[in-house]
Design a protein around this ligand. Structure first.
Ligand SMILES: Cc1cc2nc3c(=O)[nH]c(=O)nc-3n(C[C@H](O)[C@H](O)[C@H](O)COP(=O)(O)O)c2cc1C
Length: 312
């Protein structure tokens, strides 16, 4: 037990990161049933679709789960209403500040965990009343900041008092131990759960992650404010890179990116899909049930911690 497991009412301090189009009720419930915290991604969904996913997850698990708000989405105020209405207990937020929604979420007794990329924002979120922060390094899949996990986690651990959940590049027990040594009290993983057995992605997406080498991902959109996004370095990533060079607006770029992501899940087309994934794809070699992923991360971490490590 630590502050994260207590705060979230979960067995293991392992969170399945929100993944637009990927993190649905089935995946979230499977993670929660495995003792971690599953998250339903609201990004790209209508408020009613989010309500349906919440209801579906409730049928699949009696354990806590969360909903992630993609703050860039224009329908966020309506999604917040659904989350409050449905009695969701935990919300994570991505791509922006949750400030406009904080009062209502807190008044409804909801725990708020913003995903953040630097020390300045970590301090701001603490002042704003966040219950913890998910600190994501630029190794991560999806939208990213500009600093690596290795240097970000300890600096933020030194700067705040609320619990730190580490994200970005965690794929086995070594990553969990590294995060805890840096000051984290929990971990959030995305890429490894994106190809869990319960994930809705198809065989080509799974293969792209499993076949990826250590240098198999690329960042597109880094010249657009808030646009930097990591995924498998395939044909679609090349096209997005070219699109970015034409000077399109952030909204136009995001539309193209989201279409690539949507195609990835719905059609599993290896050329015309943007398979969002982190650098950790290089070390993920199989698709496992979500509960097994949670258990293996923790067992592996415990095994490492039980070893006597001598450095002199
Ligand atoms: C396919 C995919 C989609 C993602 N979509 C979202 C999202 O909708 N909201 C969000 O806050 N983070 C999103 N992320 C980031 C993850 O929640 C998580 O923080 C990240 O994947 C952790 O790094 P890792 O990929 O190295 O495990 C996404 C990541 C992936 C791989």
């Amino acid at each position: 037990m630590n502050r994260v497991t207590e705060l979230l009412g979960i067995k293991y301090p392992v969170i399945q990161g929100a993944m637009q189009e990927v993190a649905n009720a089935e995946l979230a419930a499977a993670v929660s049933n495995g003792g971690g915290l599953g998250i339903i991604a609201a990004g790209g969904k209508t408020p009613e679709e989010v309500r349906e996913e919440i209801k579906k997850a409730r049928k699949l698990t009696d354990k806590p789960f969360a909903v992630n708000l993609m703050l860039m989405d224009k329908n966020t105020p309506d999604v917040v209403k659904v989350i409050i209405d449905e009695g969701v207990k935990v919300v994570t937020t991505g791509a922006g500040t949750p400030k406009p929604y904080m009062k209502d979420l807190k008044a409804a007794g909801i725990k708020v965990l913003p995903v953040i990329p630097n020390v300045k924002i970590a301090k701001k979120m603490q002042e704003l009343g966040a219950d913890g922060v998910i600190v994501e390094g630029m190794e991560a899949g999806g939208h990213i900041g500009g600093t690596t996990s290795m240097v970000l986690w300890p600096q933020i651990a030194d700067a705040i008092d609320i619990p730190l959940i580490a994200a970005g590049g965690i794929g086995d027990g070594r990553g969990v131990v590294e995060a805890f040594v840096a000051g984290a009290e929990g971990v959030q993983c995305g890429t490894i759960f994106s190809i869990a057995k319960e994930s809705p992605v198809g065989n080509n997406w799974r293969k792209a992650v499993i076949d990826a080498s250590d240098t198999g991902t690329a960042v597109v959109g880094s010249t657009i404010k808030g646009g930097a996004t990591r995924g498998i370095a395939n044909q679609k990533a090349g096209e997005l890179f070219e699109l970015e060079k034409t000077g399109v607006s952030r909204d136009e770029f995001n539309d193209a990116l989201n279409k690539g992501l949507y195609t990835g899940v719905k059609e599993d087309d290896p050329d015309n899909s943007f398979f969002m994934a982190g650098e950790v794809a290089g070390m993920i070699k199989e698709s496992k049930p979500a509960a097994e992923i949670v258990k293996d991360l923790m067992d592996d971490a415990q095994r490492i911690l039980n070893q006597k490590i001598e450095i002199m």
